[in-house]
Design a protein around this ligand. Sequence first.
Ligand code: C2O
Ligand code: CU
Length: 468
Amino acid sequence: MRAPLAVLLAPCLVACGSSGAPTPPAPDLVVLTDVNPDPRIVEVELVAAPATVELLAPDKPADVWAFHDGADPDAAGTIPGPLLEANLGDQVIVHFRNDLPDATTIHWHGLRIPNEADGTPASQVPVPPGGTYDYEMTIVDAGLFWYHPHVAGDVQVERGLYAPVLIHGGVEPDVAADRVFVLDDVKLEASGQLSTQTGALDLMLGRRGNVVLLNGKQTPTITAAAGSRERWRFVNAANGRYFQLELPGHMFRVIGWDGGLVDAPYQVERVLIAPGERHDILVELAGADGDELALRTVHYDRGHDIPDPGPIDLLAIRLGPATDPPADLPTTWGDVAPIATDAATPRRSFFLAEDDGDPTSPVFTINGEAYPDITPITGASGAVEIWVVHNMTEMDHPFHLHGMSFQLLDADGAPLAPLGWKDTVNVPRMTMQRFAVELGGIGTWMYHCHILEHAERGMMGELEVTAP
Ligand code: C2O
Ligand code: CU
């Protein structure tokens, strides 16, 4: 049996490579135990199973579905699930066991990995109850990613099956803490149990929670030194909620997006994170010993006149005594080579539409087709294409492509600054978003809206990448 300390330290002792010890993740995130002594191999055992957690209040348990560490005999399911931590270049082996009553898969959102590890019904037979599957991948990108099922995603992710993946490597700015924050909302009954009600508005917007969670907690508290610089990496794991973050009196320095660092950081007062997206930011915590700051989400107009009261506090930051000021920021960041496109680069158009004639069963389509009744598109590995996503609806849709990352282009097709890698991009209502993509590994890859109710009601397609 492993002592809890060993569980916490094991990933660092055996997997940190030459980049030094990673800073600890946010409090309350459990790290998957690396059972392989080879420093370049991270081998973990992951289980999905029914679990009981407390989301509403300490004496109000919720019966959920959750991931836990199969290598730790004492591990209980948590929301979010355990963090998978590795270094750039590592080989990762995940021995997965499904202890749920339904079939499932695990999709490694944003990681560029072989198709057979992509965890969708297009890339594997779903794992039946009691079944197992090994996901094997070599890590080629550093940043924050996440994992979740890709069968009945609207139900399974909502029940609690989601967790972060943190890949260390590349430029590491000097920070007092490097924290992973997983954002979600859940719809709870007064008893604390997950609500069984899914209304018409939930189908239209993605099931909306009445309780907002950061790392599975309502407004948790962290402590930080006054004046210190911290790195916060966010992933939005909600079915449908948009988070627009602000820390009153502070600016965020955005250093990275979904697929790693951007080439030139920029400062903003607010960061919008659509479902599925990630943002990597630096913040310098101004204030004095004893001050308390509040990170919150504020109203964002995503269309359809959606009621969205706010602000809602997500995190309390209690400032302690000041320490030495942080070191200068690096002068170079992400090494992002632009994907070269020109007037001859093939274009593909995607038209996102919704038919809410019957609000109890809305249908969402891409190019007039509703998954699974779709015609896969095909292309050759290595081909460069410009994808143009037209949102023909009165609400925003976050468009996600599996297995490859893309670069945003402006309306004329020129690269947008800064340069960075995205795998999920919000397409605001009645607008169009272009991006350049180099088709990746051979196999069938899904693309879809990351509002999971939309994906599971048609807004999903397949890209078959063939040998060049
Ligand atoms: Cu995060 Cu196809 O999903
Ligand atoms: Cu959508």
